[in-house]
Design a protein around this ligand. Structure first.
Ligand code: SDX
Length: 377
């Protein structure tokens, strides 16, 4: 056949499989995980409960949550060999490259790496969830010439994240805002990194291979890398009175404004109001309203001029900044959360697998004979 079939560039609008993990409803700007509205989860649950929900399909009972938390807390430490390897990473490496490489190394030393059974994959997912924050923090601290902080099994997932990065846990309001951000970042259907993880799992490869690839996909500024780009943009603007002129210059050059737009949501990202509320709280706690004020102006102007709404990365960027995190840690924090959604998708893919292998329509030169090297010139 010589007629080109319809190509959906970027797979726009293509349903690639069924999934029972989460549902995005762009017409109502809503998102559910296993049937629960994400806002409801943010107000009533902690991140560990949501991780349990994504992996098991139901919210845990108190006893189930306690057991889940105990297992996560017990798996946080890195082996001396892995810590030594992380210490040897180039100190100017991007933390996303560091965590991608650390996860790959975790795979090599995982006692069950080659076992792709469901039970072993669940145990490996738990080890990844527990160890990723330790590895992110160790790489960050080594790069700054600091000793790593040992994880504290007595702390919650979010408290421990602050503990391993900073060596201390901030006030509960800050921990709650961080925990909410992790719940919001945990899962979002067939986004690029999740689809990457499923594609890798579809070949029969193990979960460490799938997550290593997913981290690579998340790094890009069109995907997870946007939360860092948002904060660089806010810093460049500097003051609220510069925001409109800066935006005009940007739009005049048809340049992207980071943290705006979304492939699925066209009239607003369901997660933005919740994250904005908590970012505003962080601005109050810190006593610095500048970043949220610039954000407010940008959002209003983008809507007025382009009819484009912000995505989750837009309020998450300043929220993390106000919590005290350095900008290159923002996308690794996304990894620490999204490992839950990625792992749920890897398990779902493995449970009902078929190799993911689409077609491409050839547009290169027609078939031709090889001219031997001596006759080419
Ligand atoms: C995440 O998929 C997921 O679910 C991802 C995510 C998750 O939880 O996993 O939600 C997380 O990745 C959020 C997205 C973070 N990325 C950014 O903030 C980068 C900036 N945004 C864009 O580049 C863009 O909006 C994308 C990549 C998010 C979506 O790309 P699409 O669907 O291919 O849309 P498009 O680029 O074709 O845009 C349509 C129009 C274009 O204008 P026209 O050519 O039609 O005139 O809208 C314009 C775009 O130029 N546009 C923007 C814009 N986003 C879209 N113009 C200026 N600034 C922007 N940010």
């Amino acid at each position: 056949d010589t007629t080109q079939p319809e190509i959906r560039k970027g797979l726009v609008g293509v349903y690639a499989d069924v999934s029972a993990i989460s549902k995005v409803m762009p017409e109502t700007n809503s998102l559910t995980y296993r049937g629960y509205a994400v806002q409801d989860l943010c107000e009533n649950c902690c991140f560990e409960e949501v991780a349990y929900l994504l992996w098991n399909g139901e919210l845990p009972t108190r006893a189930q949550l306690d057991a889940f938390r105990r297992e996560e807390a017990a798996n946080r430490a890195l082996s001396p060999r892995l810590l030594k390897a992380i210490e040897g990473f180039p100190h100017d490496a991007h933390p996303m490259d560091a965590i991608r490489t650390a996860v790959s190394l975790m795979g090599m030393e995982d006692p069950e790496v080659a076992d792709v059974s469901e039970a072993a994959t669940r145990r490996k997912a738990m080890r990844l969830l527990a160890k990723i924050p330790t590895a992110i923090a160790a790489a960050h601290r080594f790069a700054k010439g600091l000793a790593p902080v040992a994880p504290d099994p007595g702390l919650s997932f979010s408290e421990n994240f602050f503990h391993v990065v900073f060596g201390k846990v901030p006030q509960p309001e800050v921990v709650k805002a961080f925990d909410v951000s992790l719940i919001l970042y945990a899962e979002h259907t067939f986004n690029a990194s999740t689809f990457t993880a499923r594609t890798i799992a579809s070949t029969g490869a193990d979960i460490h291979a799938a997550i290593t690839g997913a981290i690579g996909a998340l790094k890009g500024p069109l995907h997870g890398g946007a939360n860092e780009a948002v904060m660089h943009m806010l810093e460049e603007i500097g003051e609220p009175e510069n925001a409109v002129a800066w935006l005009e210059g940007r739009l005049d050059h048809r340049a992207l404004v980071m943290g705006f737009g979304h492939r699925v949501y066209k009239s607003g990202d369901s997660r933005v109001p919740t994250m904005t509320k908590y970012a505003e709280r962080m601005a109050e706690v810190v006593g610095d309203r500048r970043w949220m004020e610039i954000s407010r102006i940008l959002a209003a102007e983008m809507l007025r001029r382009k009819n484009i709404h912000p995505n989750l990365d837009f309020p998450a960027g300043p929220a993390y900044y106000l919590m005290g995190f350095e900008i290159p840690l923002f996308t690794p924090i996304f990894v620490a959360s999204r490992i839950t959604g990625w792992a749920a998708h890897v398990l779902e893919q493995m449970a009902d697998n078929r190799l993911i292998r689409p077609l491409s329509w050839y547009t290169g030169v027609e078939q031709r004979p090889v001219v031997p090297l001596a006759q080419r010139g």
